[in-house]
Design a protein around this ligand. Structure first.
Ligand code: ADP
Ligand code: MG
Length: 322
């Protein structure tokens, strides 16, 4: 099979239906470029993410898990802007042409795309070490994208879901034991669920937002740097899941602070908007937990209340280049 039949069979056909129902997509896969109509009163929001085998996922990761992970991680950036996903492009570098790998990858990619409501609009296919780049594109009403730079002194700091689970899942890779607790944590590593609806729900209330890819401390530090502020976090308020505490009680807090790849949202909002958001959450029956973990302050840097004391902490997190 040459690369043109490969593209048709594994990418164009599975995404044909969603391309038909995507009102913005004038031209999808099959031409030199994709063509997208940007609605008049909206801004285009886009972001590119790359996953490299052996760096972002282990060498023995399944094609299915890789598909869910690459799309989940990419869509999470749209969630952090409060955007509505629309489409994505995929640059796929493959060491060999394995039909069973492509079959499973493309099926799962199509399922994930359907779940996150975005269409595969194009891409590129090359030979080399297994690497995936996904560019996601979405829309927000003009001027309303949720940025990292808006945190104000006195704002409440919140996080969605629970933290540290993905790091716990990473610690279980290669472990032969299978149990509901292990499966939950491995799923949190391999199949992060981007908080798209939560991002849209908090957008009118929040002053800044980021998705947690490098770890809470590292990502909150980006909000603080962009906003020119500091923060105080109470470690007893961090949301820790029962499975995390069950397999690693002694490490749970450190993993929640610096583990990374949870793809939860961290955002700030005024005390008044926090009250309004809580009312909105209750009335909408939104099922993602939101925890208030601290406050934005004038004094630069990050302070953490832990073991009955305040500590100045460095923003430790994952970095590719040190
Ligand atoms: P060109 O040589 O003009 O860049 P290609 O031959 O690389 O075009 O691609 C042909 C079409 O197939 C284009 O629409 C491109 O976006 C699409 N495409 C290529 N690889 C992929 C992929 N991995 N997933 C989705 N679409 C792809
Ligand atoms: Mg061309």
């Amino acid at each position: 099979m040459d690369e043109f039949s490969l593209i048709k069979r594994y990418f164009e056909l599975p995404s044909a239906e969603s391309a038909r129902v995507n009102a913005q997509l004038i031209q999808g896969i099959g031409d030199d470029c994709a063509v997208l109509a940007v609605p008049n009163n909206q801004d285009l929001v886009f972001s590119l993410d790359t996953l490299v085998e052996g760096v972002h996922f282990p060498v023995d990761a399944s094609a299915a898990d890789i598909a869910w992970r690459v799309l989940g991680a990419s869509v999470s950036d749209l969630a952090a802007m409060g955007a509505t996903p629309n489409n994505f492009t995929l640059a796929l570098t493959l060491p060999e042409l394995s039909e069973s790998w492509l079959q499973s990858f493309s099926e799962n990619l199509a399922q994930a795309a359907k779940q996150y409501q975005l269409t595969l609009a194009g891409g590129d296919t090359t030979k080399g070490p297994l690497t995936l780049s996904v560019q996601v594109q979405g829309f927000v009403d003009k001027g309303t994208a949720l940025l990292r730079s808006g945190a104000q002194v006195g704002d409440v700091i919140c996080v969605t879901g629970s933290l540290g689970d993905s790091r716990a899942g990473l610690s279980l890779l290669g472990n032969a034991v299978s149990s509901p607790v292990h499966n939950y944590l491995l799923d949190r590593f391999y199949r992060p669920v981007p908080r798209v609806s939560t991002g849209q729900l908090i957008k009118p209330y929040a002053s800044s937002c980021i998705d947690i890819s490098d770890g809470l401390l590292a990502d909150l530090a980006h909000i603080l740097n962009r906003s020119g502020k500091g923060a105080k976090i109470d470690s007893s308020l961090l949301p820790l899941s029962a499975p995390l505490q069950q397999i690693a009680a002694d490490k749970a807090l450190d993993w929640a602070l610096s583990g990374g790849e949870d793809f939860e949202l961290c955002f700030t909002l005024s005390a008044k908007n926090w009250r309004l958001l809580q009312a909105r959450l209750a009335e909408s029956g939104h099922c993602v937990a939101i925890s208030n973990i601290g406050v934005i302050c004038d004094e630069p840097g990050l302070q953490l209340y832990r073991n009955d004391q305040w500590h100045h902490v460095a923003a430790k997190g994952f970095k590719h280049f040190l």
